[in-house]
Write a protein of this length. Structure first.
Lengths: 168, 121
């Protein structure tokens, strides 16, 4: 049976937060922890990815103003496409962190939202993580269910990590 | 001019790969998912390399790779997977299907070019 447990959700959300900081840094945007998402009049883009595994399943949302998405984007990238790819790479990094702690998940493909005054309405008492950057805020929102007896294990090294090439 | 096919559902990733390899003298074709990629590869069996994402709509990259290998026209095209995935089971599946390499995103342009020069036929 799957359950929502706030301590594990918080632990996995912390992993997603670390993954987001690393991801945005890889694209030249430095994030620092912040508080309060607020309801901005800026146009926001949001990528949403689902994931499912034997012990962990849930949904991850990455949201940011258009300017923040563009600051992390390669030249000529469209915000709609790029926020979807950022969400994909964020959950890819989260997957690696979960695998290193004993949980394997399969990923969906991202869907993208665009709008103003987007605000999260969490199902549990776990608030989304908010970061600040020189280009604007970034929000990472995770909702997770786990197998009742599941615990995150000690971190172990994986065969390969982001940016690495394996030649067969 | 050597031809490379990039298959990725992100238009931005396709653009980046096309720009990097195009500037290095490769002719770059693009496809948005595995089904479109498979059709393009069958029409272009002289591809020097196929750069292939894993998680895509319609047909994922590993299924496309396995179908390529079943078709004598495309069976020998070198394939480089470029993906957010780092799961051992998926890497082993690609290796078993005859992929030449596995790149974990994000990939720097100079690394992509180095890998392409190394793996393209």
């Amino acid at each position: 049976m799957f359950v929502e447990r706030s301590d594990t959700t918080r632990a996995i959300q912390a992993l997603a937060g670390s993954a987001c900081v690393e991801l945005m840094q890889a694209y030249g945007v430095t994030l620092t922890p912040s508080e309060g998402w607020g309801e901005s009049d800026e146009v926001m883009f949001s990528g949403v990815m689902g994931f499912v595994g034997d012990a962990v399943r849930g949904t991850c949302l990455l949201a940011a103003p258009q300017g923040t998405v563009q600051a992390a984007a390669p030249r000529d990238a469209g915000a709609r496409d790029w926020v979807g790819e950022l969400a994909n790479q964020l959950v890819g990094r989260l997957k690696a962190k979960l695998m290193a702690r004993g949980a394997t998940i399969a990923l969906s493909t991202p869907v993208v939202l665009r709008g103003v005054k987007l605000s999260p309405l969490p199902r549990t008492d776990v608030e989304p993580v908010v970061f600040e950057s020189s280009a604007g805020k970034v929000l990472v929102w995770l909702e997770v269910e786990i197998e009742n007896d599941f615990q995150l294990g000690e971190e172990r090294a994986l065969k390969a990590s982001e940016g690495e090439l394996l030649v067969f | 001019m050597k031809k490379v096919l990039v298959v990725d559902d992100s238009e931005t990733i396709r653009l980046e790969v096309s720009r990097t390899l195009g500037q290095a003298g490769f002719s770059v074709l693009e496809a948005r998912d595995g089904a479109e990629g498979l059709a393009t590869a069958i029409k272009n069996p002289d591809l020097a390399l196929l750069v292939l994402d894993v998680n895509m709509p319609v047909m994922n990259g590993l299924e496309m790779l396995e179908r390529l290998r079943q078709n004598p026209t495309t069976a020998d095209i070198p394939v480089l997977l470029m993906t957010t995935e780092a799961e051992d089971r998926l890497i082993e599946r690609a290796k078993k299907a005859g992929a030449k390499g596995w790149f974990i995103k994000p990939v720097k342009p100079e690394m992509l070019l180095m890998a392409t020069n190394k793996l393209a036929r």
